[in-house]
Design a protein around this ligand. Sequence first.
Ligand SMILES: Nc1ncnc2c1ncn2[C@@H]1O[C@H](COP(=O)(O)OP(=O)(O)OP(=O)(O)O)[C@@H](O)[C@H]1O
Ligand SMILES: [Mg+2]
Length: 313
Amino acid sequence: MEPVIQVSELVKRYRKAERNAVDGVSFAVEPGSFFALLGPNGAGKTTTISVLTTTLRPTSGQLRVAGHDLLREPDAVRRQLGIIFQKPSLDLNLTAEENVRLHAVLYGLYPMRPAYRLMPAGYRAQVQHLAEVLGIAGEMSQPVRTFSGGMRRKLEIVRSLIHEPRVLFLDEPTTGLDPASRRDLWAYLKAVRQRGGTTVFLTTHYIEEAEAADRICVIHRGRVVSLGSTDEVKADLVEDYVSIDAEDGAALAAELEGLGARFAPDPELGGFRVAVKGAGIHPLLAAVRTPLTRVRTHTPTLEEAYLEILERS
Ligand SMILES: Nc1ncnc2c1ncn2[C@@H]1O[C@H](COP(=O)(O)OP(=O)(O)OP(=O)(O)O)[C@@H](O)[C@H]1O
Ligand SMILES: [Mg+2]
């Protein structure tokens, strides 16, 4: 199956910038999957998403989205996308429903009618359904000006889904959402993917959100640092280790040295952290003669992996 998003050697340099905001990024996204672009502030997430949603021209690179060449057929690509921007993008003077209607009409889904009740039944059913899911059905006729930040976010989500996009881009969508709304949004996005085969492309710097993704691309300073499943990214960035200790620390260190182990002092527990590689730790531990007082295995969390990237720079 052809990937729904294919990015090869994407470079974006802003005018007068000293370095590339995106510096040779490549990845592919499978149709219907949940893909997370994870990185700290300034990593290049919004820049990447802006290029993929045709709002920003790349400096160089090849891009295909939803079966079309992004540079040659931007209109065809645009029709297949939904996007939630990092920055709020609602018209505060319109009601919630009017914001959605404007979007639906601009996408050519429905003819413009001067009132909600005059809109086609299909439109009304879709608005009602999405607004209920996001929990703002009762407020759809209110001006957006009166909405809280979280409600505005939910409205943007309703709006982005109204044309049933093949790919939904979300740039840090849960910023400003309370935990319950955040959970509801995840549940809904999951349902959207399963039911409609919609691909979800998310940027975030929340580890827990990336952890739920099928694949994660970690970027830092415009470059891909790691790419793969959660487990692959973890293994890529942080080594598993075993924390061991003995009454006679010096003897243990000498022995580990002699066995050719890679080890370092354990800053938290004392003793040593011994890297687990290839064949595993058992042959090494079996060879140690110094009596051990502690053997504790450690599997890294995605958060540790991520923090390591930040520390490395
Ligand atoms: N319009 C612009 N002009 C010049 N430089 C820009 C512009 N927009 C972003 N940049 C720079 O490009 C780099 C990547 O920015 P980008 O907004 O893509 O990061 P991000 O990963 O989305 O960060 P955040 O998590 O803070 O949203 C940063 O160094 C930023 O300063
Ligand atoms: Mg951003």
